[in-house]
Design a protein. Structure first.
Lengths: 303, 202
């Protein structure tokens, strides 16, 4: 297990340093390996907070299915949801049924209760319609002392493939660090906020994830749209063309996924065309460290 | 309460987009037509009944009629709009349903309970009540019309939460001069929530 983790993130570093030139849509998206299992995940996934919480609206559900369809057609796999997101889980499940796509997704969900996590996880599983989740995460570390052991037991019993924890907007990084250091074997995944203007995780958590062989999901890549809104109307700097970016969304995503510790960024969208556009960021070339620094500087200045 | 709750802004708790909300409102009206017409009728009836109940010669029966009308409005919005529609997109939906239904039940208990003792009308309270009633019955509808919302999205007393909470509070104050006091807290909460949601939705 230890060697697999080492190989996993070594491969990731090599992949990031020597990105293949892109041949457009003909090639699949860039992937990173989950260190603990060796599974290759495309570096851009799909979040579902707000965008998939559309209730029983048939037209809106159809549109969500279109988003998922475009996402999958562009090579996307990881879809992330939670019981906290209202009707989103059911909408995902509905879309997976329409598209007959259960086998194609990497299902990532969360446990969000201080009560009976097992019952909630089972309810979530039914809403998705999957046999078992690829990843379950303790949402915002709620009752992690109870829910983390539960998820680890489920994994041991083969009812779950990966276990993780989530936070957002820089909260509870101290607790994250503690859990990332202390658990043996290490957690499979952590999910945290990381983007060109929310870079706190670079200090300790991202290097720690690399060191310990923990996969990283980056949430709020666009600060729930606020970052892109702030950049809208401003021309992309010259470096954007160098790395094949036509939009600010792609530039922001390439910044995020070019960090060697990041496994997958999870932007959310209610626009099928944006789902394709976001996935297009999962192609080489990715910015090198010097360009990453410039991108962060420019985005912070312009946003 | 989430950990580090002080780091959360109010906007963090809004779990649906404005588009989703307004589509919900439109589909609710569509599915339950003629609920808007019922809302209009209840507004007119509410004003009429509250006026009578607030007059010097009002009888206990006048007070009861207002109570039953208000109970109907609150219960409908709670048990239909919040419980069956709003709850499909908002984890707070069931709580709001309980709040509105409870207020409806309280109005019913007041209406069916012992006849109110001969009481003084408090003119200032009644004046405030009419002001709030006007704001509640007309305000959300006018705001909607000004924002270019379709007929299917215009909010009316007895059909939607904000006009029911604000208009209901106003009509009760106008009719009963604010008695009994225990009919006051829940509408205040409901109005506060409605204002917050409206602000978050932009």
């Amino acid at each position: 297990m230890q060697r697999r983790r080492l190989l996993g993130h070594t491969a990731a570093l090599v992949g990031a340093a020597f990105a293949r030139p892109s041949f457009g849509a003909a090639t699949g998206p860039l992937t990173r390996q989950v260190p603990s299992s060796g599974e290759a995940l495309p570096v851009v996934g799909l979040g579902t907070w707000i965008t998939f919480n559309v209730g029983r609206d048939p037209a809106a559900r159809e549109r969500c299915a279109q988003v998922l369809e475009q996402f999958l057609a562009a090579g996307g796999r990881l879809v992330d949801s939670s019981p906290m997101y209202g009707s989103a889980q059911g909408v995902v499940g509905d879309a997976l049924t329409r598209l007959d796509a259960r086998a194609r997704v990497f299902s990532a969900d969360k446990v969000w209760t201080s009560g009976d996590g097992a019952t909630q996880a089972e309810q979530s599983r039914r809403l998705w319609g999957v046999q078992r989740f690829d990843l379950l995460q303790v949402h915002n570390l709620l009752a992690w002392q109870t829910q983390l052991p539960l998820l680890l037991r489920m994994k041991e019993e083969g009812r779950l493939r990966h276990v993780g924890i989530t936070t957002s907007e820089g909260r509870r990084h101290g607790d994250f660090e503690q859990l990332m250091r202390s658990r043996t074997p290490p957690l499979d995944f952590v999910q945290l906020t990381y983007n060109p203007v929310d870079r706190q995780a670079e200090q300790r958590l991202l290097p720690l994830a690399l060191e310990r062989g923990i996969a990283v999901l980056a949430n709020r890549p666009f600060r729930q749209g606020d970052l892109l809104a702030a950049l809208r109307g401003q021309a992309l700097p010259g470096w954007a063309a160098e790395i094949g970016c036509r939009t600010w969304a792609q530039a922001v995503l390439k910044f995020i996924v070019s960090h060697p510790a990041v496994t997958c960024a999870i932007p959310a969208t209610s626009n099928p065309a944006h789902a394709s556009e976001n996935m297009a960021a999962a192609h080489a070339p990715l910015p090198d460290p010097a360009l990453r620094a410039r991108i962060a500087q420019d985005v912070a200045r312009m946003a | 309460m989430p950990s580090e709750w002080w780091t959360y802004g109010l906007a963090d708790f809004l779990m649906f987009s404005p588009t989703t909300w307004w589509r919900l409102v439109a589909r609710y009206h569509d599915a339950l037509w003629p609920v808007q017409w019922a809302g209009l009728a209840m507004s007119v009836a509410g004003v009429s009944l509250a006026w009578r109940a607030g007059q010097p010669g009002a009888t206990p029966r006048d007070a009861r009629r207002v109570g039953v009308l208000l109970a109907t409005a609150w219960c409908w919005v709670g048990l239909v709009f919040h419980a069956q529609w709003h709850a499909t997109i908002n984890l707070a939906g069931p709580w709001l349903a309980a709040l509105f239904a409870l207020q409806g039940l309280l109005h019913l208990l007041d209406a069916l309970g012992p006849a109110p003792a001969a009481r003084q009308r408090h003119r200032a309270t009644q004046g405030l009540g009419w002001g709030l009633a006007a704001a509640g019955l007309l305000g959300p509808a006018l705001l909607g019309a000004l924002a270019g919302r379709s007929w299917g999205q215009i909010e009316l007393f007895g059909a939607m939460p904000d006009p029911t909470a604000l208009g209901g509070l106003g009509l009760w104050l106008a009719a009963r001069s604010g008695r009994p006091w225990w009919l006051l807290p829940l509408p205040v909460l409901a109005i506060a929530y409605g204002l917050l949601l409206r602000w978050l939705l932009g």
